[in-house]
Design a protein around this ligand. Structure first.
Ligand code: ADP
Ligand code: MG
Length: 500
């Protein structure tokens, strides 16, 4: 799998809540109506949860070491480890000298984004940029490949027609596109890749086994859209390229959103499985597909049950432990058990809504953790508005404690994974990572919006590296860098002669 990245396979599990459960009103709960929680029943479950989720330094160290080990195994041979270590075919990084007009297309969910950027070289950098978001009509998700790509090609064409102002294409040139396609793809060159399967609710016929770049190029030809794909990129790779454009010290990119993935700059001579494909460049970007990592993770009965009931049991275990799609669901499963056997919401009362998988989302647990009020009023509202739960203060405290336990484990393990990658790079070239400033470019809604998670991630990195070395490792949020990154990779791989 290649250009899939941070998109988990089971987004179709998401449950949409009826409007009546949107957070519109404060619960009208008077204290006498509040059910009291049976803290005696809750305590042992909470204690066991914390024990099973614990990530003390030795656990973090094991995870970092195992990540580095699995990376090597995956670089040695295809199928050598949980980590696919996919070669991205990106072996030139943005320099800042890129010049000209380039486009990017990001297709990975119910929306796609189109972007154009006018690059002005070292001095002028990004002269202008414009983007549009287009939602994909539901019926096209079940249409034929031609119908879907025709729609995309036509939207791209319309977007290109609005080009003007600061955007300028030299006479006689075709517009070139960097194509970020977040579905499982086996990449075959910088501008070709075979779709393995659609995910995320797409069931388009006639694309599997085909080159998605050819599909798009052919559709553009049919639509009379004078554009061509110059680079097919994974979203982590786009993020790395986008961040590197501004900062030469960027060596790793990580996405923590609905799903998770990471890529990094690898030495070509450190990739045994590359030997056959003589590379001209000394470096290449490797897409780790680290969501599939599983070695030595601290897991609970709740993780195991969630995995067993998922559409991909036994797969993407790291992703299921640390990414945004799953954190809320793990908390929900703990709450159900505590309600059932621990009397969390009084007796053995289990709120009906709480039984529905994926009903509690990561933004909900995040919102509850932001509550600093003495009575935990926001927690009360979230529980009531989402699931009609009436809670007393002690129950609300327990809920926050569970959210914190799950977010803490996720953030700390993500941090250990990052250290694993850095450690592997450092082992191969002493001083290149820890002996100077190194930047990890980070993107994704989970990292962006969940301050506690972010804090735990940083805390684990500092614990593992020690205060001195960790000063050299800068984790930087690179918001939406992947769009410009894809356009930059289109520039680097332009069919026209260039000197950047
Ligand atoms: P995607 O990963 O689907 O490409 P994003 O990078 O925007 O998209 O990440 C969206 C994910 O980020 C959501 O699925 C959710 O898990 C997480 N997320 C979004 N908002 C919040 C929030 N306020 N708190 C915690 N997590 C959030
Ligand atoms: Mg994304």
């Amino acid at each position: 799998m290649s250009v899939t990245a941070s998109s988990p396979a089971v987004r179709s599990f998401h449950v949409s809540r009826s409007p009546s459960h949107k957070r519109v009103s404060k619960p009208r709960v008077i204290m006498s109506a509040v059910r009291s929680s049976d803290s005696l029943g809750v305590a042992p479950i909470l204690t066991k949860l914390k024990k099973d989720c614990a990530t003390p330094l030795p656990v973090l160290r094991h995870v970092a070491d195992a990540m580095a080990f699995d990376m090597r195994a995956g670089l040695a041979v295809d199928g050598g480890s949980d980590l696919k270590m996919i070669l991205s075919y990106v072996d030139t990084l943005p320099t800042g000298n890129e010049k000209g007009l380039f486009y990017a297309l990001d297709l990975g969910g119910t929306n796609f984004r189109v972007l154009r950027v006018q690059l002005g070289g070292k001095e002028e950098r990004v002269i202008a940029t414009e983007f549009e978001q287009v939602s994909i009509p539901q019926e096209l998700m079940f249409a034929t490949s031609e119908e879907l790509f025709n729609f995309i090609a036509s939207a791209l064409g319309k977007f290109a027609q609005k080009e003007g102002g600061n955007f300028e294409l030299p006479q006689g040139r075709t517009r070139e596109i960097g194509f970020t396609f977040s579905f499982p793809v086996k990449q075959t060159s910088i501008k070709s890749g075979i779709l393995i399967k659609w995910t995320k609710g797409f069931a388009v016929s006639g694309t599997a086994g085909k080159d998605v770049v050819a599909c798009l190029n052919e559709a553009m030809e049919r639509q009379g859209t004078d554009m061509q794909v110059s680079a097919l990129v994974n979203d982590t790779v786009g993020t790395l390229a986008g961040a590197r454009y501004w900062d030469d010290d960027v060596m790793v990119a990580v996405i923590l959103g609905t799903g998770t993935n990471a890529c990094y700059v690898e030495r070509a001579d450190a990739i045994p499985k590359l030997a056959k494909r003589m590379s001209k460049s000394p470096i290449t970007i490797v897409n780790t597909e680290w969501g599939a990592f599983s070695n030595g993770l601290p897991l609970t009965e709740f993780d195991r049950e969630m995995d067993a009931e998922s559409i991909n049991p036994g797969e993407q275990i790291f992703e299921k432990t640390i990414s945004g799609m799953y954190l809320g669901e793990i908390v929900r499963r703990v709450l159900v058990k505590m309600a059932k056997v621990g009397g969390l919401f009084g007796g053995s009362y289990v709120p009906e809504k709480l039984i529905t998988p994926f009903f509690l989302r990561t933004p909900d647990i995040c919102a509850m953790q932001q509550d600093t009020s003495r009575d935990l009023e926001a927690v009360e509202s979230v529980l009531y508005d989402i699931a009609g739960i009436k809670s007393d203060l002690s129950a609300r405290k327990t809920v926050v404690d569970i959210c914190d336990t799950i977010a803490k484990r996720g953030g700390r393990l993500a941090g250990a994974g990052i250290v694993g990658i850095l450690q592997k790079m450092e082992e191969d070239s002493k001083g290149v990572i820890f002996g100077k400033r190194t930047v990890v470019a980070m993107d994704g809604g989970l990292y962006e919006h969940y301050p506690q998670y972010r804090g735990y991630l940083q805390e684990a990195v500092t614990e593992l590296l020690g205060s001195e070395i960790s000063k050299n490792v800068v984790i930087e949020h690179s918001k939406d860098g992947s769009g410009i990154g894809a356009a930059l990779l289109a520039a680097a791989n332009s069919k026209y002669e260039h000197d950047f």
